[in-house]
Design a protein around this ligand. Sequence first.
Ligand SMILES: Nc1ncnc2c1ncn2[C@@H]1O[C@H](COP(=O)(O)OP(=O)(O)OP(=O)(O)O)[C@@H](O)[C@H]1O
Length: 364
Amino acid sequence: MNAPFPIPGAPPSDVQTRPLIAFADVSKVYPSRDRAAEVVALSDVNLDVPEGAIVGVIGKSGAGKSTLIRMVNGLERPSGGRVVVDGTDVTALYERGLRQARRSIGMIFQHFNLLSSRTAFDNIALPLEIAGLDRAAIAKRVEPLLAMVGLSDKRDRYPAELSGGQKQRVGIARALATKPRVLLSDEATSALDPETTDQILALLKTINAELKLTILFITHEMMVVKKLADRVAVLEGGRIVEQGTTYEIFAHPRHETTQRFIGAISGAQVPEWLAAKLRPQRQPGDSAVLRVGFVGGDADQPVLSRLSRNLGIDVNILHGQVETIAGRPFGSLFISVSAEADLRRIMEQLAAGQNTVEHLGYVA
Ligand SMILES: Nc1ncnc2c1ncn2[C@@H]1O[C@H](COP(=O)(O)OP(=O)(O)OP(=O)(O)O)[C@@H](O)[C@H]1O
């Protein structure tokens, strides 16, 4: 029931629920050119990015990710639908309005897009120069940004003198210079090695938490989604085929594209060495091989030692990867038990909570 009049001091009812970025029925068709057919890059995209959240959009090459993210700051215009950022319909804005809207939307890129003729300090200062700040005001803003991204000692270095990770740190500081409310990340870690990727993702998480900055990112790597996102949307052929919280999507992927993305990193795939040894029929002296999937419930409990104690059997761990996503356990363990044992009871015990158990076959 609606309140008949506003409650004094209460926030407007939509403050907590209104997304900071909203895509509503967005489509994009690139017209045909030079006898090439038109390209439908996006169809019926509906996606909300809640204020303060980190939302990832994952998809293969050509899925429409860049087209989607570039609509938020008006670098791309939809053919249909609306993109609303902080209450402003950016699809209705043109030059001056767009320039102004872009001050509250920072962006970072796969190849950093730094000016090679400018030092780290001067790259970060650029948006402030464009905004007309004087030198003193610029220094007052840039120095703390350099410190925040851990580059105070590199302030006078040129991009060619910086590592990939350091260049991306400059890119992040530059994106934050105008104190945006939204940070867009276009494959920001795709050109970096795994260790540097982790450091940049950690920095983005810190920035999100400390500055309350809303982050929308695109990637083709599920690992990045797992480490960074609160929510994820899976894009395929220009359509969102699945979206939800990162944990929901990892724990219960419904669409086969999502399952493929997750399968590659979840540890649920049977390792090659085990697949080579597995046989469907039991032979004397064999062990039975089981895959236990942990989704949310029981992985932090001593599941295997309990099993061993309750049923008096030995359990061998063959392979596995169990970690936490959004603070909840997720992953798979491959175990073997004597094929003489009561497999039905073993599987019942292992399937306690939300665990899944499959009997894969036998090994010698
Ligand atoms: N300016 C353009 N003119 C015509 N077609 C375009 C244009 N930009 C993108 N496309 C097409 O639109 C589709 C989506 O492209 P987009 O770059 O958004 O995908 P993506 O998921 O970001 O891919 P990648 O990961 O390879 O960058 C592709 O088929 C692409 O060829």
